[in-house]
Design a protein around this ligand. Structure first.
Ligand code: CTP
Ligand code: MG
Length: 393
């Protein structure tokens, strides 16, 4: 991992390099290095700093065992990156370059970048541009609207093959100074570069306002992880229409009825709402993403298997399920006779106690699609808890 840190931070406007500015009690540089230190696939880090910062950089590096060298950077970012790459051990075939000024790269994003270098020779974290883009002249007069369709803004860490980037530098010579990222070095020298999904939180500290933003975000999450359990609530909704010739499955229980519900799996509307509530609470997307109905392997699948899988995913992420509350809207059949059975099946699927699951049902008073007995709808909320990362005190 090559980390350019030799900028001047002109836009930041402080007397010293912006990497020394503190966010919630820790410098930008220390935060950046900690993220790299924490990643299991990052072996070695080399820092490129300006001459005036070298001593201080070496001192800070003492605390991070992966930092193998601190070298002097150059007049441009590209030059600083080259110095850092040259100081990496020769057996580093995959090189990631990460701006010291980006203190919160996510571990998942670093993994995506590394995987992309393995698979395609490069990995450039990128986010689609969502604002409308204008091209203007020096007088701020708008000349055209640029289609944003294929536009991305890119971040670091950018992953490349060491051999490729070094020969790209060789090929470009002095022209490299106009390249502001590694992708530009590769593209300009005729190599392909591929994007991977970036991270909207991975901001580059450029002005003091960025520090304020990070301060708020980090102090909040750090305080939480230090002393408080994280409690999340999720909401799920699903609806299925009745169909002849199908079994009726509600809450994992086969309920005798003249019609069943239509759907790719067993169409258990209640379990689908429960899964969505849990996935929502854990910010893991929804059931359609996990078990797409375009996938034949989910056809006629019992939905209780989805519940088990969702429970497994939550558990793997450290979540405990606190409770699930369900409201079913159905004109027929009456489900209350099955209430206890349903709660037990759901509780067993979620590996919680039956007292943590509640089911309510109501008719729609003959109104709307439910009232006309065209189908049933179900809502669920779930609360999940993750303990504090470290015990306080
Ligand atoms: N960088 C570097 N060598 C340079 C210029 C920049 O190592 N000659 C590093 C910076 O320290 C930073 C990263 O490249 O970690 C991204 O650059 P940028 O955000 O532009 O930082 P600065 O150049 O320091 O800021 P400014 O452009 O506002 O002066
Ligand atoms: Mg700069």
């Amino acid at each position: 991992m090559a980390v350019p840190a030799a900028g001047r931070g002109l836009r930041f406007g402080s007397a010293e390099n912006k990497i020394w500015a503190e966010v919630a009690g820790q410098s930008i540089l220390s935060r950046t290095l900690q993220c790299l230190q924490d990643h299991p696939e990052v072996d070695v880090v080399v820092l490129a700093g300006s001459a005036t910062d070298l001593e201080r950089l070496r001192e800070v590096s003492q605390t991070f065992s992966k930092v193998a060298a601190v070298v002097e950077g150059g007049a441009t970012r590209a030059e600083s990156v080259l110095q850092a790459i040259r100081a990496l051990p020769v057996d580093c075939e995959t090189v990631l370059v990460h701006d010291a000024a980006r203190p919160v790269p996510s571990q998942e994003m670093i993994s995506r970048v590394i995987a992309s270098v393995t698979n395609r020779g490069s990995g450039i974290p990128a986010l689609a541009v969502s604002d409308t883009i204008k091209r203007c002249d020096a007088d701020q007069k708008i000349h055209e609207t640029v289609s944003r369709e294929s536009l991305y803004r890119v971040q670091t860490p950018q992953g490349v093959r060491r051999a490729d980037i070094l020969s790209a530098y060789d090929k470009l010579g002095d022209a490299v100074s106009s390249c502001t990222d590694e992708a530009a070095v590769l593209e300009s020298a005729g190599y392909s570069a591929y994007i991977v999904e970036g991270d909207p939180n991975n901001i580059k500290v450029t002005t003091p306002a960025d520090i304020e933003y990070l301060e708020q975000r980090l102090s909040r999450t750090e305080k939480q992880s230090l002393s408080l359990p994280v409690i999340r609530t999720g909401f799920g909704y699903d609806v299925h229409q009745f169909a002849e010739g199908r079994e009726l499955w509600l809450g994992g229980v086969n309920i005798p009825h003249s019609r069943g519900l239509l759907g790719h799996s067993d169409a258990d509307v209640m379990l689908h709402a429960v899964c969505d509530a849990l996935l929502g609470a854990a910010a893991m997307g929804d059931i359609g993403v996990l078990f797409p109905d375009t996938d034949q392997k989910h056809k006629d699948r019992p939905s209780i298997e989805f519940v088990t899988e969702v429970q497994g995913r939550l558990e793997a992420d450290g979540w405990q399920i606190s409770n699930v509350d369900i409201a079913l809207l159905a004109e027929e059949p009456r489900v209350m006779p099955y209430r206890s059975q349903i709660c037990k099946v759901i509780a067993d699927g979620l590996q919680i106690d039956q007292s943590q699951v509640n089911l309510k049902a109501t008719t729609a008073e003959k109104m709307g699609f439910v009232g006309r007995k065209e189908g049933v709808a179900c809502w669920a909320v779930a609360t999940i808890v993750r303990g504090p990362a470290f015990s306080a005190g």
